[in-house]
Design a protein around this ligand. Sequence first.
Ligand SMILES: C[S@@+](CC[C@H](N)C(=O)[O-])C[C@H]1O[C@@H](n2cnc3c(N)ncnc32)[C@H](O)[C@@H]1O
Length: 255
Amino acid sequence: MKDDKLIQNNKKGWDAIADEWFGSTALPTYAPLMKTEDDLNLFGNIDGQVVLDIGCGSGHSLKYMGDKRAKELWGLDLSSRQIQNAKQHLGANGYHANLFESPMEANPGIPTEHFDIVYSIYAFGWTMDLDTSLRLVSSYLKKGGMFVFSWDHPLTPCLDNDGDRLIIAKSYHDTGTLSMNKSGNEMNIKKWKLSSYIDGFKKHGLYLDTLVEDVDASVFDHVENDLSKYYSKDKSKLVPLSIIIKAIKKIENED
Ligand SMILES: C[S@@+](CC[C@H](N)C(=O)[O-])C[C@H]1O[C@@H](n2cnc3c(N)ncnc32)[C@H](O)[C@@H]1O
């Protein structure tokens, strides 16, 4: 697999920090400081839908889907600890899900053309191979099915602060690998552009339906200067720090 070493390194990191992230970013929340599914209703009626969660973490979003009467719950996550936590959390709430411990850059045995909804809540941007991950997402979806994901806005990793001024510290154009430290664990992500996603959709038979950049209204009432935080209310008054994207798998012969 492309970038196997980086993926293995991220797995080690996520196994170590999984318990700290129990239920941290889960539906109806899409992302810090952003509008929620309660505001946006991107999924519509979930009753009877077959759903797959990419980067399912502790399973809290799958529980949300179960509570909304999804017909089948499927999930995939790189981290064995996250999968263990998801099994425990879903089981304790009376749900059974088909869970796979696997990087999203491979198909561990997930059926193709099977899902009405594939979604990923603050996990899809961890992919080391966007092209392969989008190809797989598209293959899992039924025609007309939807892919919804949330992630950092492509500008967010470029931002920094110089005192009380927000500055662009990294080039938006650069799509290289970024290293970060999470609770003492060295991890890597790749920096994508907005067009990286849109180009990938086009290549793999998906089209953009909705792009959400709306921050939560509470952000604008905030007065404290917190520009130095990664997810800062002050920053998000100026620029959205996350995006939420809904794409649809094309039906044959659709333009
Ligand atoms: C911020 S957490 C997502 C939380 C989750 N959506 C929830 O509702 O609990 C990001 C997740 O992505 C997973 N992840 C990171 N890289 C991955 C990869 N290459 N393939 C699959 N999952 C990955 C991590 O193990 C972690 O569980």
